[in-house]
Ligand binder design. Structure first.
Ligand code: UD1
Length: 423
């Protein structure tokens, strides 16, 4: 397993580009199955999770080609199977998106049940409820979901869960609903930009989706969809936010280019509250953290609230802020695996029920630490960049799932970071 060696203490400086959004491209790749004609996707990030989705599509008979950098061409014409096997689904929870797409295309899907995950329980009850309400029969046996619908029929579907709306359930149900007969109205829908991007892609395919980005999405079913030429995926707000927090934790001065500031309002607001100076010009976000960085309270929420996928990175900033911060994850209340690793670097964090109370310390000192999941590992890298001396981040395969060229991008900003490949 690869690891990163980081020599901390460098202020990050310069410009860094934003890649295409992982969480947008995964459902879009699945949605391309809804047509029989090919699609090409541009600004596609090259990531392990994208590889996994490509493997799944490939296993079902779809022809996928990376034509040139950042462009994927997908030909679902030869799609022969409606089954996504455990061996592939277990690698990535987002594989569940093929369920909605296959149901929409064939009225039939067999997909392995995704397992648990280190950030806490990740049920798919809302996805299944939505499909059932569209008229599918759902059976779960031998670790698989068998879904079948001779005809999908549109209706009103409430997708609110205990933590509010669900990105995954909204996207999945949307993919089935575009081919349902009649009108579907999804209420308590997720408003995340990745849902809007999927809806835009579906509309370019010939679907009739309106009001995506609001809590009530309306879908007029259509009988046929076609491929889309050159669909451009939105910039990755989580990657952009990670580099913004990397600037903050190293007291750096970084411009994140090609981002969408409108998708990052909560992050911009929280960094500004901490005393970081932020200026925006079109898609460029200039983050000047060369002054003092103060404490800040963060509560993760559904969009447009603060994203759970930036909680660990923000906590890294709080470990060195001048004062006391409180970090609460309302989306995944057990998503705190990084806390013990930060403690190994000398951070002062106590857990109070599901809140992390972070007392900023003067400095962190390098140590070996272990990545537990994708976003936590980004947080560990950030803490390592700020820690004095050498930090080793183990199990960086987690970070490779969702960040394109992260060590190259950080190194170009002046970070001293090196990947050590496992043999
Ligand atoms: C997506 C993102 C992930 C992000 C998360 C929250 C992708 C590929 N992943 O994950 O990066 O961390 O949104 O913004 O886009 N829930 C249920 N029942 C369900 C589904 C979800 O109770 O059927 C709950 C979850 O346990 C969680 C909350 O709803 O507490 C939000 O989950 P959801 O938005 O579905 O997350 P994911 O789609 O898995």
């Amino acid at each position: 397993m690869d690891k990163f060696l980081i020599w901390g203490g460098e202020q990050l400086k310069g410009e860094t580009p934003t890649s295409g959004s992982k969480n947008a491209v995964l459902p879009i790749l699945a949605a391309s199955l809804l047509a029989e004609t090919p699609s090409t996707i541009v600004n596609c990030p090259w990531l392990k999770d994208v590889d996994t989705m490509v493997e799944i599509l490939d296993a079902m008979g779809v022809r996928v080609q990376r034509t040139f950098e950042g462009t994927l061409s997908i030909d679902p014409g030869p799609l022969a199977s409606h089954e996504a096997p455990y061996d592939l689904v277990r690698k990535m929870r987002a594989s569940i998106y093929v369920l909605g797409a296959l149901l929409g295309r064939f009225g039939k899907a067999t997909v392995s049940i995704p397992g648990g995950c280190v950030i806490g329980p990740r049920p798919i009850d809302l996805h299944l409820k939505g499909f059932a309400e569209l008229g599918a029969t759902i059976e779960q046996r031998c670790g698989y979901i068998f879904a079948e619908a001779p005809e999908l029929v549109g209706r009103e579907i409430f997708l609110g869960g205990p933590q509010g709306s669900s990105v995954g359930a909204t996207a999945n149900v949307l993919m089935a609903a575009v081919k349902a007969r009649g009108t579907t109205r999804i209420t308590s829908a997720a408003c995340e930009p990745e849902v809007v991007d999927l809806a835009n892609f579906l509309n370019r395919m010939g679907a009739k989706v309106s009001d995506a980005g609001s809590p009530t999405i309306t879908v007029e079913g259509v009988s046929e969809l076609h491929g889309v030429e050159g669909y451009e995926v939105i910039p990755d707000r989580i990657e952009a936010g990670t580099f913004m927090t990397a600037a903050a934790v190293t007291h750096g001065d970084v411009t994140v280019t090609g981002a969408e500031p409108a998708h990052l309002q909560s992050v911009i607001a929280k960094l500004s509250e901490a005393g970081v100076k932020i200026e925006m010009h079109n898609g460029d976000i200039h983050v000047d953290a060369t002054g003092d960085v103060g404490p800040v309270d963060v509560v993760t929420q559904t969009y447009p609230g603060f994203p759970t996928d930036l909680q660990a990175q923000f906590m890294a900033v709080a470990t060195l802020a001048d004062g006391l911060s409180r970090v609460v994850d309302k989306i995944y209340p057990n998503r705190y695996m990084h806390v013990m690793e930060y403690a190994r670097l000398g951070a002062n964090i106590t857990m109070d029920a599901n809140s992390a109370i972070v007392r900023g310390v003067e400095h962190l000192s390098g140590a070996p630490i272990m990545a537990s999941d994708l976003r936590a590992s980004a947080g560990l890298v950030l803490a390592g960049l700020a820690a004095e001396g050498e930090t080793t981040v183990l199990r960086v395969y987690h970070i490779d799932r969702g960040y394109e060229d992260i060590e190259e991008k950080l190194a170009r900003l002046g970070a001293k970071i090196k990947r050590v490949k496992s043999n």
